[in-house]
Design a protein around this ligand. Sequence first.
Ligand SMILES: C[S@@+](CC[C@H](N)C(=O)[O-])C[C@H]1O[C@@H](n2cnc3c(N)ncnc32)[C@H](O)[C@@H]1O
Length: 236
Amino acid sequence: MSFPPPRDLAPAEKTIASRRPPEGGAAVRGSYDTVAESYAELIGRGMEPEAVWERGVLGVFAESLAPGGTVGDLGCGTGRVAGYLRGLGVSVVGVDLSPGMLRVAARDHREVAFAAGDMTRLPLASGVLAGALAWYSTVHSSDDDVAAMAGEFARVLTPGGVLCVAFKVGPDGSKPAAWLQHAYGHTVRLPVYRRPVDDLCALLARHGLAETARVVRQPEDREPTPQGFLLLRRAA
Ligand SMILES: C[S@@+](CC[C@H](N)C(=O)[O-])C[C@H]1O[C@@H](n2cnc3c(N)ncnc32)[C@H](O)[C@@H]1O
């Protein structure tokens, strides 16, 4: 398999810098560079004990993978989900746009390989992943950028490979539902998209990613809006 060198972020960053960033990519990257340490402190370094649905979805995802296959945690942030999957015995490579988030990820999850990269043009060879995970990493991206990401998810997955997406659910994903101005104790500027489940499934289906299952968790104390989880499969 040809992954970019684990923890050696410089070569991958150089490659990314020479390409056109996604719409709003610089703001997303800058915001997450700023919040990286606080994100790890506040969100934690693993999956929260109260996140029963999330852990359930990740458990099904892990069990759906071809034995021995590698998962790409795409938009891995500080690596908390990559580390969780590694703990379930899954081989994982994490990719993120933000060098700040990746530095924390590499420090806190030494058992996982990480590389800088943009989901709209992934630094991974075609067909190398048994599974791809986009865990709340599309929530700041426009429909056009998510369409580009969907093409990349399908490209890097092996035929029959599994995609798992966690996202925010709302009535209209064509424009941001909100703008985050402050997060994790810092000033940021991040659009937040909330998408109808059917719209996201239709977008992914256009790239050969067929829905296997969906879960919508209704609002509760820690999250005021519905959260969506999708499992999809690339055609064999
Ligand atoms: C809400 S955080 C989620 C991080 C992690 N998946 C988690 O659940 O803790 C969103 C992450 O997606 C990354 N991201 C956003 N757009 C990206 C893109 N186009 N390519 C790669 N990473 C991206 C951000 O840098 C950030 O780390």
